[in-house]
Design a protein around this ligand. Structure first.
Ligand SMILES: C[S@@+](CC[C@H](N)C(=O)[O-])C[C@H]1O[C@@H](n2cnc3c(N)ncnc32)[C@H](O)[C@@H]1O
Length: 320
């Protein structure tokens, strides 16, 4: 069951713990950043994330404040997704039409906030110009630099390329990312959103994620197990959007547990059939997982990610 309104409000009112570099739930077991050559953990006083600055303006200073962000009105209406426009005539079945050559040349925005189309490819405006996360191509357009977003390396990019109709990540969004790995997708999300809380339980991946979080100051590394959200609950504030990409047998259960704790209104879940049951028909696996979510979430869209990822779907969810 989702948390009751009173409980969620009480949790939101709770002061967020002072942040001291990457959060970890395995105190005393050694930290990946202790290794020689790894970046030292960020101190809360060094951080310039919107949360730590005590305001919610983005790097460009143009982001709407958290208070003014559209979360629905006082009559309890559902927040209206910003940046979403209904499918337009001319959109191809394989994906949305992002604009003609003229807009591509300027790296113009697509229908979704922060998602651009350059040379026919998806891209985000690089919040750390000159810095590459996974050897992606960097493209200059005027004063801005864009990072080409590879749908073969990122399931969120694959979903956008396959015709995602609503993209819950918006400028200023507070995103909880489960299974951040080395930060390939999380870094593109960080180019768009306000804060990205990056949960990853592999120390090896965390070692690769840390330098990315050093460069992208709105990415917060959290060394923890996504199956135990209570371990990082005190390190995280309000969550607007959950993005989950963990190869685990109970993928819907992990999302629901995190929803019990954080009560996010929107989520994108990547389901990998083989991690749940390699013997069962993937379609049955997807249907079983989605059935578990349906009582609590509206299933906005279910996208097969082939040919970018085989036997994967991305499910776009909104809390009922
Ligand atoms: C497929 S990779 C994620 C790729 C990443 N989302 C991207 O697109 O850049 C899955 C990641 O989830 C992590 N993972 C798996 N189970 C986890 C758990 N229970 N808690 C936290 N991370 C987990 C793995 O260590 C791995 O790095």
């Amino acid at each position: 069951m989702s948390p009751r309104k009173g409980e969620r409000r009480a949790k939101r009112d709770k002061p967020t713990k002072a942040r001291k570099g990457p959060y970890t739930s395995n105190k005393g077991k050694g930290k990946p950043w202790d290794k020689k050559g790894s970046p030292s953990p960020r101190k809360s006083s060094d951080s310039k994330s919107p949360r730590d600055r005590g305001d919610s303006r983005d790097r460009s200073g143009s982001r709407p404040s958290r208070v003014s962000r559209d979360r629905g009105d006082s009559r309890g209406q559902r927040p209206r997704p910003q940046g979403f426009r209904p499918t337009r005539p001319g959109d191809s079945p394989s994906g949305p039409r992002f604009g003609g050559k003229r807009s591509e040349d300027r790296g113009e925005k697509s229908r979704f906030q922060g998602v651009h189309r350059i040379e026919g490819k998806l891209a985000t405006k690089n919040s750390s110009p000159g810095y590459k996360v996974y050897d992606e191509k960097l493209v200059k357009r005027g004063r801005d630099e864009y990072r080409i977003w590879d749908p073969y390396r990122s399931k969120v990019a694959a979903a956008l390329a396959k015709g995602l109709k609503e993209f819950p990540v918006r400028e200023g969004s507070q995103v909880l990312y489960l299974g951040a790995s080395s930060g390939t997708t999380a870094s593109h999300i960080a180019d768009i959103a306000g804060t990205v809380w990056c949960v990853e339980f592999s120390k090896r991946m965390m070692r690769e994620l840390l330098p990315v979080c050093e460069k992208k100051e709105n990415m917060v590394p959290i060394l923890a197990d996504a199956r135990h959200p209570w371990e990082y609950a005190n390190s995280i504030g309000d969550v607007d959007v959950l993005i989950q990409d963990v190869a685990q047998p109970d993928q819907a259960g992990i999302l629901l547990n995190n929803h019990d704790t954080f009560g996010f209104p929107e989520a994108m879940l990547s389901i990998k059939a083989r991690s749940i049951n390699s013997a069962m028909d993937p379609k049955k696996v997807f249907a079983t997982e989605i059935d578990k979510l349906a009582p609590r979430f509206e299933i906005l869209q279910k996208l097969d990610l082939a040919p970018f990822e085989e036997d994967h779907v991305l499910v776009n969810l909104r809390q009922k």
